[in-house]
Ligand binder design. Sequence first.
Ligand code: TRP
Length: 453
Amino acid sequence: MGSNVTFRSKIGLVAATVGSAVGLGNIWRFPAETQANGGAAFLLIYILCVAVLGLPLMLGEFAIGRAAGSDPISDYKRLSPGSRWWMIGITGILAAYVILCFYTVVAGWTLEYLVDSVSGSLYAATVAGGAEPYKVIMEQNITSDLKPVIFSIILILANGAILLGGVQKGIERISNLMMPLLFLLLLVFCVASLTMPGAGAGMKFFLTPDFSKVTASTVINAMGQAFFSLSLGMGVLMTYSAYFPKDTRLGKTSVIVAGCDMLVAIMMGVIIFPAIMTFGLEGETFEGASLVFVTMPEIFAHMPMPQLWSTLFFLLLLVAALTSTISISEVAVRFLQDRFKMTRRKAVILVMLPLFLLSPICSLANGSLSDIQLFGLTIFGMMDFFATNILLPLGALLMALYYIFAAPKGLLRNELTNNGLIKAPYAALVEMLIKWVAPVLILIIFVCTFIKF
Ligand code: TRP
């Protein structure tokens, strides 16, 4: 079954999967949500969402992926031949493409900021800029027509080059290299932040739950964050688990991946809150990208050696974004390879080609094309909304329905126990959460999202 490629080592397998999970979601969305939703109150709700919804759904994807060993569409075809359940996989491949379009644009911005940090031009401008130089700089950078397009194209090329290397020599090797670097950088920033004068006040803000800020939408946001951050609902985990060897312990792997993902989110909290308290930036709200592209440069400008800190930070961001982009693209690459028997080379080129057109359109949606709007969202905003709030939960919901109605008997238990070789006393609980709790919660998210919209 499947292509017989597997990750070479357990460490590599974990590094690649953690690389997929840890991305822009942890670095800018998590601190922003935490700030807006009552500090530790949000953190607690988020931890609950990961435990009740995230882990079971991750295991659900792992089980299907490893049992069938292919891409999201072929997986369902193999497990339930003759049925139409394979159509679930379409939402996955579609979501992958939509996410790739805007994710490569944002990753392009991080590359641009990295280059401007290294050259020092980001900090030279402080003198020239007005009261809020970084806001102005960000607006200029994002809304310009040419620069962001060039940087996102460089990123797509890098992404393609890594994918061409294959599962072991491309994805696994780069993850083995980048994940330790990412944790090292995070650690350096944590130490720096905790030794600032505002560390106490910052940690107090981060770790004191303010339940008065918790509303229904807090819970919905926490669930959405869990989906996006754990790379759920799109077949990324299914695709990667197809490369897991048969003796990989899925339960243990899922806990390590979700744990590392959570750790990075918490470390970002530890980095951000002391720093903003130290420099009196707590009044700022971090709408979308402004946390990393406005507040962070502002913090660095206050510190000795801004260029160095800024370079390290945007390098960290780029590493996180790149390992996630790779995982998203791999879904479509795997699909072309398995479904149309293409060589890896051809599949990678075919997946990357449309991006050279679509990603620039997405980028221009913040510039020349910003007048094209629907429901008050630009093309960029629409793609983000459509993929994150509709396609991801939909993919997960359909997978839960598959488990209820069609999955081969014992699929989950067999995979969790490696066909009876190890114990997995939690299998029944996981199955119950996938079949009964997840669909109800996801339906609630859907209804609330539509009401909000
Ligand atoms: N999890 C990544 C982040 O936190 C983004 C990501 C990678 C993703 N693969 C995904 C999101 C699949 C949704 C689905 O930034």
